[in-house]
Design a protein around this ligand. Structure first.
Ligand SMILES: Cc1ncc(COP(=O)(O)O)c(C=O)c1O
Length: 397
């Protein structure tokens, strides 16, 4: 299968990990040879409830047998999407009451960017240096990393960059600014948390100049940081909230949420300001609804903070310089990119899945399913420590 994968399926990089997947359950992925891999990555934060969680599988199967695609987004009332949007509104601050469902994170970012322009009548969008918001051309324009986007210029005009956590830069948000888009916790940059009430200060500046605060919760969202959404940890409410990844327990989804009145502007003058064929797909929405119900009726979200402590207490080694992030959105910072590569590649050989971050080459991502057990955490951390000792042995001699 691997040869055909490399030959027929378009590739994203020169050396894909290439595990030949047979099936996956809970915290484990199994390959065609029957080898098991403990998954500390969860499909890059997408498998919130672990692999093939029975409630998600059941929701998908029941919905697929009942009806799948029946109409483009927004024309018919379909139970799973309606219930999902309603349950989300019940979990969110009152001002975030209307949700537009799309198919991926980057699409949700596109929608949020358009909504900020439509709602303010302005054209400028501000993003952060080292930000990642997706790979379609609008989202890519917001990427604060020139090296990865210069081959694709021209991109969107009217994008400016500020430095995350730099209060001086807030003066660049002006009456020309439609929206300021930030990841609540910067992901690709190295799991960087907002410091000194930074997000509150951004929101205040936005209010002063009539700009909108858009928070990208595609990574921290859906329970990973001890709250349903990361912003809930930082006493700030965005004007537009963007979510995706872990929302549907492993199915493809994205969404953006705003007030009813703001969102209503997309439907008029001109009408159909944002349309999609498959957004809100009933099978995907059913999976998201099952995921959200599970998260809101169990202690899984709270447990992320206990599990974070467990990780932090176990991952102590001279080669680990720092552990960044919150809850089960963690990154270990090692000395250099070589050690990080060694951990990811040799970890895979030992049956532990780890992964890189986009821009911070010294970091290794630890974003397991929220359902991971303490025993599994201990097993994976022991493997990491063993690998770091092996690195030391190989590089001392
Ligand atoms: C913070 C953030 N925003 C946006 C995206 C894009 O989401 P998608 O890959 O579903 O388009 C990602 C994906 O990694 C992300 O981490």
């Amino acid at each position: 299968m691997k040869q055909d994968f490399l030959k027929y399926q378009a590739q994203t990089g020169p050396t894909p990990l290439g595990i030949e997947v047979s099936h996956a359950r809970g915290s484990y992925i199994y390959d065609l040879d029957g080898k098991s891999y403990l998954d500390f990555v969860a499909g890059v934060s997408a498998n919130t409830l672990g692999h093939s969680h029975p409630k998600v599988v059941n929701a998908v199967q029941e919905q697929a047998a009942s009806y799948m695609h029946v109409m483009v987004y927004g024309e018919y009332a379909q139970g799973p999407a309606v219930e999902l949007a309603k349950l989300l509104a019940q979990q969110l601050p009152d001002s975030l009451s209307s949700t537009y469902l799309v198919n991926s994170g980057t699409e949700a970012i596109e929608g949020a960017m358009k909504l900020s322009k439509r709602a303010t009548g302005r054209g400028e969008v501000i993003a952060a240096k080292h930000a990642y918001h997706g790979n379609t051309q609008g989202s890519m324009s917001l990427m604060g990393y020139e090296e990865r986007k210069k081959a694709y210029r021209p991109l969107l005009p009217g994008i400016k960059f500020i430095e995350f956590n730099n209060e001086e830069d807030l003066k660049n948000i002006t009456t020309k600014t439609a929206g300021v888009i930030l990841e609540t916790i910067q992901g690709g940059a190295g799991f960087i948390e907002p410091k000194n009430n930074y997000l509150q200060k951004v929101k205040k500046r936005c209010e002063e100049v009539g700009a909108l605060l858009i928070l990208d919760e595609i990574q921290p969202g859906f329970g990973r940081t001890g709250r349903l959404f990361g912003f809930m940890n930082y006493h700030v409410t965005p004007d537009i909230l963007v979510m995706g990844k872990g929302m549907a327990g492993g199915m493809p989804i994205g969404a953006f949420t705003a007030s009813y009145d703001m969102m209503a502007q997309l439907k008029e003058a001109p009408k159909m300001g944002h349309i999609t064929t498959f957004g809100g797909h009933p099978v995907v929405a059913a999976a998201a609804l099952a995921t959200l119900k599970e998260l809101t009726t169990t202690t899984l979200i709270k447990q992320t903070l206990e599990k974070e402590k467990h990780f932090r207490s176990l991952l102590v080694h001279p080669l680990i310089k720092e552990i960044r992030g919150k809850g089960l959105m963690l990154a270990i910072l090692v000395e250099n990119a070589e050690v990080a590569n060694f951990l990811v590649l040799e970890g895979m050989k030992k049956g532990l899945i780890l992964f890189w971050l986009l821009f911070e080459t010294r970091a290794v991502r630890i974003t397991p399913p929220l359902t991971i057990s303490n025993e599994e955490i201990e097993k994976g951390c022991n493997t990491i420590l063993e690998l770091l000792n092996e690195w030391n042995n190989q590089n001392v001699n």
